[in-house]
Design a protein around this ligand. Structure first.
Ligand SMILES: [Zn+2]
Length: 353
């Protein structure tokens, strides 16, 4: 039996492989002392049942109660398996019907899936993908834009500032596929700018939150020139294009629900547009506002995009938190697909305001 993590986003520390009992531990993000993301391949004989015990004491968030691990036989179809937590380790059984099986913290969004999306969008002459620049590790920071003409409102989506929070990319995949089909009338009102993966170096390394230099991008917006190349490149483009609505996609390690967080800045007078957009999110997309936002430690951090963008662009801004905890049996990709459509419905409702 062997455990591998020598592939894109792969990350795990092997402690011991004894009989059918595999002991593993979280590997931390580089330049930091914490981790959360794991992604590994198990290679063994066919029809083997194994117990995997994964030490998670170095995690950023102790969100392991009711968490269920994601499993795949082919890195395409993913499902959750029942996972238990004893306060320091998560444990789950796996059955290898073939020789290979993959396990991951959340469903990884593959390069192949991203390539397929881009080649599909190539069929529409109003969609394009451009490079915003090259990251420290030589990855391309990309922007997808869809615009028919100079429309009234510029809508930005940004996903995976925290590289392990992969689920936002599934929402954007659904959003863009549906935008160019049933919802293309939205292009009369909006121009769309989509950063599918704001932290490709973090994805490459299998980090949960940080880029290759240990920077948490979503704490670096107010001081981008000295702190992060990714933030600088994105910000330059935002300033060039303009921003009217900005939706920043994240995943909450502690949550089993989707919710939104508005900006928390004391000296900012929330605009009528912001209130209207939030109403559309609640009514049309069925996304609730987080209760008791002020109780969250650090939620007023000026380096967070949700707090920084309204000051700079006077735009409507929300941070979306997607869950990391899913019950066994739920089709997570289908659920995320629906959320992508829900954003289109919210924008449709908002344009009628
Ligand atoms: Zn995040």
């Amino acid at each position: 039996m062997k455990i591998y993590s020598n592939f894109l986003s792969g990350k795990i520390k092997v402690i011991s492989l004894v009989s059918n009992h595999v002991k593993l531990a979280l590997e931390v993000d580089n330049h930091t002392k914490k981790g959360q993301w794991f992604y590994f391949k198990v290679y063994s004989t066919k029809n083997t049942k194994l117990i995997i015990e994964l030490n998670v004491k170095n995690s950023y968030y102790n969100g392991w109660e009711d968490y269920n691990v994601f499993i795949s036989y082919d890195q395409k179809a993913w499902f959750t398996v029942r996972t238990s937590f004893d306060g320091e380790n998560i444990s789950f059984f796996i059955f290898l019907r073939n020789n290979i099986l993959f396990a991951s913290y959340l469903i990884p969004f593959s390069f192949e899936k991203y390539r397929n999306l881009k080649s599909y969008l190539n069929n529409f002459d109003y969609c394009s993908t451009v490079s915003l620049g090259i990251t420290k590790l030589g990855n391309i920071l990309q922007l997808i834009s869809c615009k028919k003409r100079s429309a009234l409102k510029k809508v930005w989506f940004i996903s995976q500032q925290h590289s392990g929070e992969t689920l936002g990319q599934f929402i954007l995949d659904s959003f863009l596929h549906n935008l160019v089909n049933e919802y293309n009338q939205l292009l009369d009102t909006y121009e769309f700018f989509v950063i599918h993966n704001a932290n490709p170096d973090g994805t490459f390394l299998g980090n949960m939150r940080h880029n290759s230099e240990g920077v948490d991008l979503n704490r670096a917006w107010h001081n981008s020139l000295t702190k992060s190349l990714e933030v600088t490149l994105i910000l330059q483009r935002m300033q060039k294009e303009g921003v009217d609505i900005l939706i920043d996609l994240h995943c909450d390690e502690l949550s089993d629900k989707i919710y939104y967080v508005p900006p928390i800045i004391r000296d900012h007078d929330f605009s009528l547009q912001q209130r209207k957009f939030e109403k559309c999110l609640i009514k049309s997309a069925k996304i609730k506002k987080l209760d008791n936002i002020n109780a969250i430690k650090g939620a007023n951090d000026p380096g967070m995009l949700v707090n920084y963008a309204p000051k700079l662009f006077n735009c409507v801004t929300v941070l979306i938190e997607l869950p990391c905890k899913f019950q066994v049996g739920i089709n997570v990709e289908r659920l995320l697909h629906k959320v992508g459509i829900a954003f289109l419905q919210a924008l449709e409702a908002f344009q009628d305001n």
